[in-house]
Design a protein around this ligand. Sequence first.
Ligand SMILES: [Fe+2]
Ligand SMILES: [Fe+2]
Length: 255
Amino acid sequence: MTEEKNEIEAKKDFTIELRKDMKEKFISVNANKNQFAVDLDKLTAYQLAQLVSQYNHFPKEIVSFLIWARKNSIKQNWHAVTNELTRNIGEELGTQSLGFTHYQILLDGLKNGLGANFHGSFPSTYTTGFVNGITNVMQNESAEFTTGAAYALEASAVPELTIVQAVVKKLFLLHNEEDMQDENLISFFKNHLSEWEPGHEEELNKASKQYIKTDEQKQQFKEGFFAVMKTMDTWWSGMASEIIGLQKEPKGEIK
Ligand SMILES: [Fe+2]
Ligand SMILES: [Fe+2]
């Protein structure tokens, strides 16, 4: 496709532009900028385990985030959005994984493979900030805003999980001195990356476009989308400063 044609396509399909912006501007989804991806070879098993113990709060809370987003689509009678969010919530709770929730599969895989129990891991201030921040975004009264916010969670899932998968694989290598072997964990990542998350993104994208039509609506959708991405980036850079210790000396006068 020529560049000109690409531009015309992007104007027609505003989510193309959003996904492009997301990949360029946000460290959560950019392996060239995310400190955990950049420093992967320098990190210790302890640091990687710290990240996993914080990250698992996201799959733990995802259903609650999606339920919040669905409240507005129900109120607006946006059936296609409501149905897709319901399908997505069902998947998180096990419709495609023999009744095991995705969160449980992740925790069990980590426990079987590493002997480490991340269940009940204590959320850091940044993780609590992330969970409260996304919940807050999802409580916005505008359905356009919260649908855009839910769409950000889905559109960012593949690139973010790709980084998380690399972290988990490296943790296995350092801890067990062999590749990640746990079959459930291997299929957790494979299914999310190749099937579940691309499906969530595509279906929510299609469903949203049945209702998000005017420039005003697109603007609100975008604002919800970026509100989620900013909250995710604050979390990831917070985890980097806590875990990798990138916190720079505060600038300004030395007293
Ligand atoms: Fe999932
Ligand atoms: Fe998803």
